[in-house]
Design a protein around this ligand. Structure first.
Ligand code: TYM
Length: 347
């Protein structure tokens, strides 16, 4: 049977990169899945604390992320929506996996290397700063592997920036199964067509929640005036016309990509470039903003409803119900997997 698992960090309302790169796929898979397919979508709060968090703000962000998942069309009665911290088995399997995971592999992961600033253009961290880096940040991919493997997920829908982490999850399966005999299941990556949405302020960087400039990203719940402002401020280039050329015109090309996902005509970025060839950039940006606003408007309405439903208690019901189901799913795996540790058996 198919098991679909994916996760998102609760770092505020998700942006268009999250939406097009992952969340939209989550909904599509839910709506097309065979009834026997299990779907689990987790808000990974334990991953969020690999960097400093204010507890009150993190609590709010978890709720907002959950409300967004429901608002985009995930049905809590079909898909298991839960907070990672509700299911202790994620952390438990992480420990077991970390006992067969290699430090060398982990230290080669790009996310870790970017923390060490081991990129060509940046100077490496000095020893003092290095020793302040946190263990949780280093072992982040092991927890992510545990998230997936503890549910025996067969498919994981993500954006491109997660492909290395999924590669590592498969490595964890190989290591574990080699040490203890086949038990864990190797997951496949499902990459969305919009695998890498770029920042509006620097089209060479991916759109990200951590970028300091909020104009670099459009949030799923941004109202039309905010979307319009961010779009008009988007960095393009000095050619005042529209053409699709990711190499030489990454800014305009990113906007064409966005438009192709939102305008509902199923046209590719190249086709849209022809349609808008006679537009000036300002006029074109307006059209993109309008298209995005129109698509997001029902989601924004539903988001407000979901947050307020049942005096705010509806969402508590959602994550608690999801937690119970996810715990059942994870415990079934752990019951077998924990046999690698010679547990005392009841006579
Ligand atoms: P996170 O919270 O950074 O992102 C959630 C999802 O959004 C995708 N994404 C993007 N896709 C295209 N373009 C972008 N600019 C863009 N930005 C983000 C991500 O690829 C991801 O699919 N480590 C994960 C969370 C996680 C997880 C898991 C995912 C924890 N455990 C198990 C899958 C399976 C993360 O930080 O995603």
């Amino acid at each position: 049977p198919m098991v679909i698992f994916s996760g998102i960090q609760p770092t505020g309302v998700p942006h268009l990169g999250n939406y097009l790169g992952a969340l939209q796929q989550w909904v599509r898979l839910q709506n097309t899945a065979h009834p026997s397919t299990k779907l689990l979508y987790s808000i990974v709060d334990l991953h969020a604390i690999t960097v400093p968090q204010d507890p009150e703000r993190l609590r709010r962000w978890k709720r907002e992320t959950l409300a967004t998942l429901v608002a985009i069309g995930l049905d809590p009665d079909r898909s298991i929506l839960f907070y990672q911290s509700s299911v202790p088995a994620h952390s438990e399997l992480m420990w077991i996996l970390s006992c067969t995971a290699s430090m060398g592999y982990l230290s080669r992961m790009t996310q870790w290397k970017s923390k060490l600033q081991l990129k060509d253009d940046a100077s490496p961290l000095d020893e003092g700063s290095k020793s302040k880096l946190k263990l949780g940040l280093f072992s982040y991919p092991v927890l992510q592997a545990a998230d997936i493997l503890v549910h025996r997920a067969t498919h994981v829908p993500v954006g491109e920036d997660q492909s290395q982490h999924l590669e590592f999850a498969r490595e964890c399966v190989t290591n574990f199964n080699h040490a203890y005999g086949p038990d864990l299941v190797a997951p496949q990556t499902i990459m969305s067509p919009a695998k890498r949405v770029m920042s509006l302020q620097d089209p060479h960087l991916k759109m990200s929640k951590s970028h300091s400039d909020p104009r670099s990203r459009i949030l799923i719940t941004d109202p039309p005036d905010v979307i319009h402002k961010k779009m008009m401020a988007a960095l393009t280039d000095s050619t005042n016309s529209v053409s699709y050329d990711p190499e030489n015109r990454p800014g305009v090309s990113n906007l064409l990509q966005l438009l192709s996902h939102f305008n509902g005509e199923g046209k590719s970025a190249q086709e849209l470039a022809l349609k808008y060839a006679n537009f000036g950039l300002g006029q074109f940006k307006s059209a993109v903003a309008e298209s995005i606003s129109e698509s997001l408007s029902p989601i924004r309405t539903k988001y407000e409803q979901v947050l307020a439903a049942d005096g705010g208690r509806y969402l508590d019901h959602v994550w608690m119900q999801g937690g119970v189901k996810a715990k059942e799913s994870a415990d079934a795996t752990m019951y077998v997997t924990l046999e690698v540790i010679p547990r005392a058996k009841q006579q």
